[in-house]
Design a protein around this ligand. Structure first.
Ligand SMILES: [Zn+2]
Ligand SMILES: [Zn+2]
Length: 256
């Protein structure tokens, strides 16, 4: 049996066993654990268990790395952000009733071609929406109130990916990943696969390691180091707007 048929059988089993609301909530919590918490923890374990290997592969030098206390604080805030999003989702699901769901739980899963087109659509939609939300968060009139918090770590670590003000966490982290495919009416499994990829990418982007090459983690690491460069996620919108070079705003009004 090929992979698609196996996936179809597993999905059919889930659909007939559990209530729609339970599947929706379990899907989002599993996505956060598998896509972010496990990979982010593994990156942190590399820091702790293999310091010499870590030093060789860190983008920024050892003297700029955050202290143990800073890392613990960052991890607590990020886990709290995951917790309140899960609690909010649980509240919405319970208000809706477990026999209902807001997502597409079609018992027939889409073909690989649909998974692929959904993925490309979501990648572009996320790049465009994140770029403009992120640039807006850098506007001098609001930077200090919301986004300054995420920039506390000028040398990021994996858990710093979601070290953010709750407003930013919702507007810049959660919605650009989930809303486009939700509005498109994509299958829930398509939403889950994309979200797992994006959450892992956020952890890798902030890990401080040079492992990630497509897109390179150096892009967002440089944003944390220099602030006014690389506002997007894959480099596309920064290329369009010319914000992919440090100093692009020289002579213009300074942002935060
Ligand atoms: Zn960041
Ligand atoms: Zn920023």
């Amino acid at each position: 049996m090929d992979l698609h048929s196996q996936l179809q059988d597993a999905w059919a089993g889930i659909i007939t066993t559990y209530k729609p609301g339970t599947i929706e909530l379990a899907g989002s919590i599993t996505t956060q654990i598998v896509g972010f918490i496990i990979p982010a923890t593994l990156y942190m374990l590399i820091d702790a268990l293999f310091p010499r290997f870590s030093q060789r592969h860190k983008i920024q030098p050892a003297r700029r790395q955050p202290t143990r206390q800073q890392i613990i604080h960052c991890t607590k805030v990020t886990l709290f952000n995951h917790l309140w999003i899960a609690a909010l989702h649980a509240l919405l699901v319970s208000l809706n009733g477990l026999d209902h769901t807001a997502v597409n739980l079609d018992p027939t899963i889409p073909p690989w071609t649909t998974f692929t087109t959904d993925f490309i659509f979501a990648l572009l939609a996320r790049e465009i929406s994140f770029y403009y939300v992120h640039r807006a968060l850098h506007h001098p009139s609001i930077y200090a109130y919301i986004h300054k918090m995420h920039h506390k770590y000028t040398t990021p670590v994996s858990f710093a990916a979601e070290y953010a003000h709750p407003v930013e966490h919702l507007l810049a982290n959660v919605l650009p990943i989930t809303l486009p495919l939700y509005l498109k009416g994509a299958h829930y499994l398509s939403m889950i696969l994309f979200a797992v990829f994006e959450l892992w990418e956020a952890a890798a982007d902030h890990s401080g390691y040079d492992f990630l090459k497509l897109p390179p983690a150096e892009l967002h690491d440089l944003h944390h180091e220099k602030f006014r460069v690389n506002y997007g996620t894959i480099g596309l919108m920064d290329w369009v707007h010319g914000t992919d070079v440090v100093g692009w705003d020289r002579g213009k009004g300074r942002e935060g």
